[in-house]
Ligand binder design. Sequence first.
Ligand SMILES: Nc1nc2c(c(=O)[nH]1)N(C=O)[C@@H](CNc1ccc(C(=O)N[C@@H](CCC(=O)O)C(=O)O)cc1)CN2
Ligand SMILES: Nc1nc2c(ncn2[C@@H]2O[C@H](COP(=O)(O)OP(=O)(O)OP(=O)(O)O)[C@@H](O)[C@H]2O)c(=O)[nH]1
Ligand SMILES: [Mg+2]
Length: 474
Amino acid sequence: MLARHADPIVAIATAPGRGAVGIVRVSGKQLGGLAQALCGRSLRPREATYLPFLDARGEAIDQGLALFFPAPHSYTGEDVLELQAHGGPVVLQLLLARCLEAAAEPDQTAHAPRLPALRLAQPGEFTERAFLNGKIDLAQAEAVADLIDASTEAAARSASRSLSGALSHEVQLLRDALIQLRMLVEATLDFPEEEIDFLRSTDARGQLQRLQQRLAQVMQRTQQGALLREGIKVVIAGQPNAGKSSLLNALAGAELAIVTPIAGTTRDRVQQTIQIEGVPLHVIDTAGLRESSDEVERIGIARAWEAISTADAVLFLHDLTRADEPSYRAADAAIENALAQRLPARVPLIDVWNKSDCAPTAHPAQIAPDRPAIALSARTGQGLDALRRTLLQVAGWQAAPEGVYIARARHVQALQAVQNHLQQANALLDAPDLPLDLLAEELRLAQNALNTITGEFSSDDLLGVIFSRFCIGK
Ligand SMILES: Nc1nc2c(c(=O)[nH]1)N(C=O)[C@@H](CNc1ccc(C(=O)N[C@@H](CCC(=O)O)C(=O)O)cc1)CN2
Ligand SMILES: Nc1nc2c(ncn2[C@@H]2O[C@H](COP(=O)(O)OP(=O)(O)OP(=O)(O)O)[C@@H](O)[C@H]2O)c(=O)[nH]1
Ligand SMILES: [Mg+2]
């Protein structure tokens, strides 16, 4: 463990600015002396006490509630002292400074060895300690941040489920089954003469297959959770004047991008995150695609292609009122070709025929039979709901947010690694000479990958990345 984890830490736990109540929180070993110095008395464990918080001269900085959670029964698993004061930024700064000062005073009550000095907490450090002290696992610690960051009810509820251990529990069940299987294989390794018969008679294959099925279910649910947290990137592309900016504005319900009848209006990408059934969609409006001699417009078009190449889904916009013009169709066909070259096959393309309010026929010509096509009017809003439904569908959202737990791309990737190792293991079981040591190794790697989710197996780098994105005081 790193040395910094031994330091006592302090931070303002409440959001910056004025509030009804503000909290200064301290975590560390043996905080009884500090509590005594600030509160003028010893505190009963886990009991709110109304008292003055004292400065060095014994004068009250504020009157508030003090709470003392002796280790290990606290949020962090260490001693935790909470000073719940009036929520003014100056009061809280004074209390924070007083904590640092009091901790630096020599302790008159005991001849105890000098403790490490109290210091300001880094982002996420309280929660990191909760993780390091086994109060919560890594997936739960991530859920704490996701709960705080949640911008929709669906995101908040699913983060709360993960915080309660829903994802961790699924991972635990997978791990138990994996350990059973590993024990079987490792036992066989010890008795090489009987190996093949032994392994076959114990239904190792059946166990592995059941494990793979269960993994597939967990992956599916975890993908939903990751979708809820991370959303997808939807790029609106097409010829100038098709109504791309109008569509972005209609989806966002706000006049974000400039709309004019002049072809080539948009140059920069305009991005807005919208929510559909709680799923975040990062929608990007781009410059109209065409040959251009205008320097600024050419840069805009290059940026449009950059956005397209990193999209999770592309809305290919067409003007329904011009669908019968040969030159218009030729220009669309040229874009179609370029898209086919630049877009990875897995990225869904949706044909959107705009301006249905002005078109003689409400139905678009189907460009390709194997992809969704929608007619709508960005101006009147007709057809937008159908587009929203289609977007959720291509995102892979399976409705019913009840029961979804929040997850991250990192969790999905870990499960994919587990899946790959189990597939390897399956193939080895079929190999004629059954290379037991290789089989055992694949299962061991599968377990390591699984353990990265809950943090039993993790690097300091990973922890650094995860906790540094928290807010200070959390
Ligand atoms: N005032 C305050 N409110 C808060 C927190 C806090 O630290 N302080 N939290 C912080 O983020 C969250 C609550 N999380 C907490 C988690 C565990 C324990 C705790 O004392 N756990 C003990 C005892 C458990 C029990 O009595 O059942 C333990 O785990 O041993 C406290 C808060 C949200 N609200
Ligand atoms: N009738 C009708 N007109 C529309 C609709 N959507 C957009 N328009 C009009 O079409 C013109 C172009 O709209 P924009 O949204 O600026 O088109 P764009 O695709 O962003 O154009 P560029 O930025 O130049 O690539 C404007 O005059 C809009 O008012 C629609 O649904 N119906
Ligand atoms: Mg535009």
